[in-house]
Design a protein around this ligand. Structure first.
Ligand code: NDP
Length: 483
């Protein structure tokens, strides 16, 4: 068992109060023990981050890049260990964890190289001997709040561009996954990050969340989590007597549209990967499939057969296809949605229950579940379940498919499986989502491309990841030159 704690100014912060993190695949195993940060700790973390800003922001991009490259090497060298820790802490399969860790080293190198060429541009002046130029400057102290489902990649894709551009950070990870967050901050320090640049505060959103937004040093908040928490943060920030820049990446209810010409086996693979990766606990997970009526019966049968071949189990076993849910709360929520679906009249054709005997006795396992004949009036069609529950709905025309896809409050990702370019383009253009994935599963976006949702999936002001992430973490200054 590992002892973890908040890290402020590079130093551990330890209190008597302790909480344990249990392995969701086998709750008898205690992964770590941590002592939560107090409100005073959080205030101190912001003071420290504010104090560190001057010297960190005045370092050259090359000096900052060196640290990020070193961190990338440390992540790569320890990737096996880090991946095992993710699996033990929140349950995803070991191959999913390895992919997540690999993404972190890519993110570190990507932003290390990007900041060497971070630029503004020049604009001609209307006056002779004049030139206008823009430069990009860091904001100051950034507050980073993250969920547990990508417990190192999401912190990395926020913290790395933040510090690469010269900001300092106070970072609050999800209470369910503080151990891997702690390891990441430790790695940044081992790579040479000066104390105070990234400060980790482990504690519940309920207790310390408000301070993460209202503290006088906060210039910007980058948040990923549920739409309700996002809206709450938006309200709190809106009630301040100053402006705080907000980046909100929230929930999803993503559909994959399958056209009548789609190759059946490819469609099934794409849907299953999208729906059941991380046991469906991804904001980009496929939770609705919209299938042309001509292919409906065949696709449903093929999906049942494919889902039946999936092995559910402890994610550390390399033969496992789907791990447990991350917590008892997650398990209860998923089971309650299954009951809602049945009561609403959607047809349950596969799964629909918890796995609780034998090897499953101590974990939060739910059988992958398939509902068919789902309709927009059903709550399981509309609401984010965040679990291994897939709803299938038939459609008759492309217009109807687009309307069905857009008929939810969320707008993160839309998948299309088709061989027909004109249908693909009609759907892609009609989609009210931030991302469209053609002949790919809805999960698994790439770090070098901009990422973000619309409608209830995000505040849609600043994108995350890609070059676009730098827009959030910097502000433009306009300089008028004259000689
Ligand atoms: P939550 O919104 O419950 O929590 C997210 C983070 O916010 C946690 O660190 C949490 O702390 C913190 N928090 C909770 N309440 C407050 C508050 N009042 N003020 C400030 N911070 C607070 O989401 P989950 O952790 O359950 O994550 C799942 C959600 O995240 C899903 O809706 C999913 O779709 C979304 N998500 C979105 C992604 C995207 O990029 N669009 C990517 C991944 C997930 P604590 O853990 O202590 O409660």
């Amino acid at each position: 068992m590992k002892i973890v704690n908040s890290i402020i100014k590079g130093e551990p912060v330890i209190h008597d109060e302790k909480y344990k993190i249990h392995n969701p695949a086998d709750t008898r195993e205690i992964v770590s023990e941590y002592s939560p940060a107090t409100l005073d700790d959080v205030k101190y973390a912001f003071d420290v981050a504010s104090e560190a800003f001057g010297s960190w922001s005045s370092k050259t991009p090359h000096e900052r890049a060196k640290i990020l490259y070193r961190a990338a090497n440390i992540v790569e060298d320890g990737s096996e260990d880090l991946a095992r820790l993710i699996t033990r802490e929140m349950g995803k399969t070991i191959s999913e964890s390895k992919a997540e860790v690999e993404r972190v080293s890519w993110i570190l190198r990507f932003y290390a190289s990007l900041i060497l060429r971070i630029n503004g541009y020049t604009i001609p002046s209307q006056f002779k001997g004049g030139l206008i130029l823009t430069i990009r400057e860091p904001l100051g102290v950034v507050s980073v709040i993250t969920p547990w489902n990508f417990p190192i990649a999401i912190p990395a894709w926020k913290i790395v561009p933040a510090i690469a551009t010269g900001n300092t950070v106070v970072f609050k990870p999800a209470s369910l996954a503080p151990t891997i967050a702690y390891r990441f901050v430790e790695i940044l320090h081992r790579a040479g990050l000066p104390p105070g640049v990234v400060n980790l505060v482990i504690g519940s959103g309920e207790k310390i969340g408000r301070e993460m937004i209202t503290n006088k040093h906060v210039e910007a908040v980058s948040f990923t989590g549920s739409t309700n928490t996002g809206l709450e943060i938006n309200r709190i920030a809106g009630s301040l007597d100053r402006y705080v820049r907000l980046q909100m990446e929230l929930g999803g209810k993503n559909a994959t549209i399958v056209t009548e010409d789609a190759p059946l086996s490819e469609a099934v693979e794409i849907i299953v990967k999208g729906a059941f990766a991380i046991a469906g606990q991804a904001c980009t997970a496929t939770s609705r499939v919209l299938v042309h009526i001509d292919l409906y019966g065949k696709l449903v049968e093929a999906l049942k057969t494919r889902i039946d071949s999936m092995k559910v189990g402890n994610g550390l076993d390399p033969s496992t296809d789907m791990g447990p849910l991350a917590s008892m709360d997650q398990k209860k929520k998923v089971l309650s949605y299954i009951e809602i679906g049945k009561n609403e009249g959607a047809k349950l054709v596969y799964g629909g229950y918890a796995l609780e005997s034998g090897d499953y006795a101590y974990g939060y396992y739910v059988k992958p579940t398939l509902f068919i004949d789902c309709e927009p009036r059903h709550r399981i069609f509309q609401e984010e379940i965040f679990g291994p529950v897939l709803c299938v709905t038939p459609y008759s025309s492309i217009d109807e498919a687009i309307e069905l896809a857009n008929s939810v409050k969320y707008g993160l990702t839309l998948g299309i499986v088709s061989r027909d370019l004109s249908k693909i383009m009609r759907i892609a253009q009609g989609a009210k989502t931030g991302i469209v994935r053609v002949n790919r599963q809805t999960v698994g976006v790439e770090f070098q491309a901009p990422f973000g949702g619309v409608k209830a999936s995000g505040n849609d002001i600043y994108k995350e990841q890609g070059i676009e992430a730098l827009d959030f973490y910097t502000r433009v200054k306009t300089i008028y030159m004259h000689w």
